[in-house]
Design a protein around this ligand. Structure first.
Ligand code: FES
Ligand code: FE2
Length: 336
């Protein structure tokens, strides 16, 4: 399996209307377009004629037309040249699916399972996308480590002065890494305390699982009283899909769901407060991006780093990204 062999999100469905969108996945340029009948196609974004980007062309009926000389391509990549009608001009096409508000693609030759997204009992509150100027591994490192919540985040996380009390349990299987953290919540601002139903001294629970075909993590966050008898009024589940554009940048797609126990309005008030959660999740991701924007070194090697007990997952995720997502053989990884 190579990087393009996994189902991975490339654009938000609602952003894809009649204008094609050019994306980059694992150094490959891909043009995504929606035909007049609503079908979504994904083709190599390099016109086989003279290499103009097909994504700067336009949709004509059920075909994508190159802006340079007007050749057109259907969603299977079958091309037609107005000037040379008998010429065969096929280009690479990709499998496409629309699900969960996103357009997903993969190569035509692979057959991986589509990622399972489960959020029964939760209300969808946000679909977000961000570009991060860092390689895949460093972006995954950031989202798979909670130590920085003491300093970087405002809406959730652990008290910096009591980080030593936070419990970290890691369970790894051949294709997943599961982490369970619990410990004293950091102090949130008074409004968050009030809205989330969190009291000072409560325990913040942070459970996540990372999988690698495609690379994504699912996080569950909630609070309880120290004796476990009282739970916060709101909890959330957040899926983050990590899609490398190239060796230096990564796009992430976030699907956020929340659950409220408030006995008010539809969804426990979440339909009304959804915009607030959406804004907060976006702000927290931008806070992560601000850190990744200021790394002194974008090397993905971890040798020589002084890793903390929170960083034990770094080696586990790297091995699985290399083996499962990148499809690198064990011997290659040893040499690398
Ligand atoms: S470059 Fe696309 S039709 Fe000529
Ligand atoms: Fe973070």
């Amino acid at each position: 399996m190579g990087m393009l062999d996994h189902w991975q999100p490339v654009v938000r469905s609602h952003n894809l209307s009649r204008r094609p969108i050019g994306v980059r996945v694992a150094d490959t340029l891909i043009a995504v377009f929606r035909t007049a009948s609503g079908e979504v196609g994904a083709l190599s974004d390099v016109c086989p004629h003279r290499r103009l980007k097909l994504s700067v062309g336009c949709v004509v009926g059920d075909r994508l037309q190159c802006r340079y000389h007007g050749w057109t391509f259907d969603t299977a990549g079958r091309g037609e040249s107005p000037a040379t009608p008998k010429m065969m001009a096929c280009t690479t096409s990709y499998d496409v699916r629309e699900a969960h508000g996103l357009v997903w693609i993969k190569s035509r030759t692979s057959d991986p399972p589509f990622p399972t997204i489960t959020a029964s009992g939760f209300l969808p509150v946000a679909i977000l996308e961000h570009t991060i100027p860092a390689p895949l591994e460093l972006v995954v490192d950031n989202f798979n480590e909670i130590e920085h919540s003491g300093t970087v985040h405002k809406t959730f996380g652990y008290d910096l002065d009591r980080l030593s009390e936070v419990k970290v349990q890691i369970e790894a299987t051949a294709d997943s890494v599961h982490v369970v953290n619990s410990g004293p919540t950091k102090r949130l601002n008074w409004l968050y305390h009030l809205l989330l139903g969190v009291r000072r001294g409560d325990i913040f629970h942070d459970h996540w699982t990372t999988r690698f075909s495609p690379v994504y993590s699912v996080f569950d966050h909630w609070w309880t009283s120290p004796d476990g008898t009282r739970e916060s009024m709101v909890r959330w589940r957040i899926y983050i899909f990590f899609v490398p554009q190239d060796a230096k940048s990564t796009r992430i797609f976030t699907l956020a769901f929340a659950q409220s126990r408030y006995p008010v309005g539809p969804g426990g008030g979440l339909r009304l407060a959804g915009w607030w959660l959406r804004r907060e999740i976006d702000r927290e991701i931008r806070a992560d991006i601000a850190m990744l924007d200021h790394m002194a070194d974008y090397s993905t090697h971890i040798e020589g780093l002084k890793l903390s007990r929170f960083d034990k997952v770094l080696g586990l995720t790297r091995e699985r990204i290399a083996r499962i997502y990148r499809g690198q053989s064990a011997s290659w990884r040893t040499i690398a």
